[in-house]
Design a protein around this ligand. Structure first.
Ligand code: BV8
Length: 234
């Protein structure tokens, strides 16, 4: 095993579960109250924009009442104390990594607290609702949508992610079911590129077979333990 200098961490809904934010596929998970096709695709938005805008308005408001948990805090501590390269690639659209103090964060599926104008392509910080079709801060047109990557849309900053995977010595996946691509394929890319791979998850995921090591348990416990371990090895 080569020494660890560059780390890529992939996080999913499971890291925010202990902060009270619904996961997608767990018991009572978010999607169960909505069919994905009805709320998280461009076709759904074209077909029933009010349904989609209300779905995201509700979640945008909900995350503002939640707080980071010890797993987010531990990753922020690692970000501040790790002398090598580090990138937290999150599938999550909440801002809990940032609120815990992490800086090297990449939201590959967009963010709740951002609105994207389909007329002028400007992305603006956004905390309110979109259901009343407010004007775009940049162009004034009433053409804002959630700045979230829906199914069938290209995730953000894929080149930057693959660049980080190419130089990674360690790839860690935290709180994701491994159900959605291309994120679910990163472990294979990392492993083929020579990185050590570690999974921290409540239960085995669809990708568990691809990891050198899987630790099962809540992120709030496993992540601080792992961060202590990896900082001690620095
Ligand atoms: C794209 C934003 C291409 C929206 C999301 C057939 C085969 C392969 C691929 C496809 C296919 N058909 C279609 C595709 C592509 C599709 C896809 O992968 N579909 C799947 C369903 C098969 N992917 C896409 O469309 C992506 N785009 O491929 O573009 C392209 C190419 C060229 C040009 C244009 C396009 C875009 C996907 C992004 C969709 N947007 N989110 C929103 O948030 O509303 S996806 C959404 O679900 C999340 O962002 C996340 O990425 C994804 C998976 O969710 P998880 O984060 O893993 O959460 P989940 O609930 O599933 O799991 C939680 C885990 O945590 C569980 O394992 C649980 O055990 C664990 N857990 C729970 N509690 C805890 C815990 N762990 C630790 N501690 C705890 N306390």
């Amino acid at each position: 095993m080569r020494p660890i200098r560059n780390i890529v961490i992939l996080t999913g809904a499971g890291i925010s579960a202990e902060s009270g934010i619904d996961t997608f596929r767990g018991g009572g998970g978010l999607w169960e109250r909505h069919r994905v096709e009805d709320v998280a695709t461009p076709e759904a938005f074209a077909r029933d924009p009010d349904l989609v805008l209300r779905f995201y308005d509700m979640r945008r408001a909900a995350i503002q009442t939640r707080a980071p948990n010890p797993a987010h805090d531990a990753l922020a501590r690692l970000d501040h104390q790790w002398s090598g390269d580090l990138l937290i690639v999150t599938q999550n659209v909440d801002d809990l990594h940032e609120r815990a103090g992490a800086r090297r964060v990449l939201h590959m599926h967009g963010q709740h607290l951002s609105a994207w104008c389909t007329a002028c392509d400007t992305r603006s910080p956004w905390r309110e609702t979109l259901i009343d079709r407010p004007p775009c801060p940049a162009c004034g047109k009433r053409t804002l949508r959630p700045d979230v990557v829906w199914f069938g849309e290209m995730p953000y900053e894929m080149e930057r992610i693959y660049g980080a995977l190419r130089s990674a010595d360690l790839f860690v996946s935290i709180g994701t079911s491994g159900a959605v691509y291309p994120a679910a394929g990163f472990v294979r890319d990392a492993r083929q590129l020579g990185a050590a791979t570690l999974e921290l998850n409540l239960e085995r995921s669809q990708g568990s077979a691809w990891f050198h090591e899987t630790r099962l348990g809540p992120a709030g416990e496993l992540v601080p333990e792992w961060v202590d371990e990896v900082l001690a090895s620095q």
